[in-house]
Design a binder for this molecule. Structure first.
Ligand SMILES: Cc1cc2nc3c(=O)[nH]c(=O)nc-3n(C[C@H](O)[C@H](O)[C@H](O)COP(=O)(O)OP(=O)(O)OC[C@H]3O[C@@H](n4cnc5c(N)ncnc54)[C@H](O)[C@@H]3O)c2cc1C
Length: 122
């Protein structure tokens, strides 16, 4: 499974509903990321913590990814999205578009935790 690490800059942050944020992560100039609908990124939200977030932006825009983050849970991922600011540098992992099917089927159970799946796929 091909996984790539990206560095990006937060270029948009909007609170779209109570404690729910739209955040855009823009890639460095001349860098692109090809992805498919349904794909997600795994963001380094703290020195020893990573959390996964679904890509909400269109694959036709390959110079950035956007996600909607619900911060209700209050853990490291929620705190990251509460505190992140436009201009901050962020690191995330993404699977190359051609691997997005195996991404879903082979994902480790530590990442696809049961509680996360219950929330997003009730
Ligand atoms: C493939 C995938 C895609 C995801 N996409 C998104 C996305 O697009 N947007 C998004 O906001 N999140 C998404 N998530 C969930 C995200 O990865 C984090 O789990 C979430 O942000 C909570 O992380 P945390 O560190 O704040 O809380 P954690 O420290 O992980 O959890 C704190 C406590 O809250 C509980 N909990 C976790 N989430 C919820 C919840 N939603 N409601 C109630 N209790 C909860 C946990 O079981 C735990 O007891 C996705 C998860 C996966 C696996």
């Amino acid at each position: 499974m091909a996984v790539k690490n990206y560095q990006a800059t937060v270029s948009i942050k909007e609170e779209v509903a109570k404690s729910t944020y739209l955040v855009r992560f823009s890639l460095p100039e001349n860098e692109t990321m090809d992805f498919l609908p349904g794909q997600f990124v795994t963001i380094a939200v703290a020195p020893n913590a990573r959390r996964s977030y679904s890509i909400a932006s269109s694959p036709s825009h390959n110079t950035y990814v956007e996600t909607y983050a619900d911060t209700f849970a209050g853990g490291p991922g929620s705190q990251f999205f509460e505190n992140v600011k436009v201009g901050d540098q962020v690191s995330f992992l993404a699977h190359l578009a051609s691997s997005s099917i195996s991404l879903i089927t082979n994902q480790s159970t530590s990442m696809l935790r049961e509680q996360d799946l219950r929330h997003f796929y009730p």
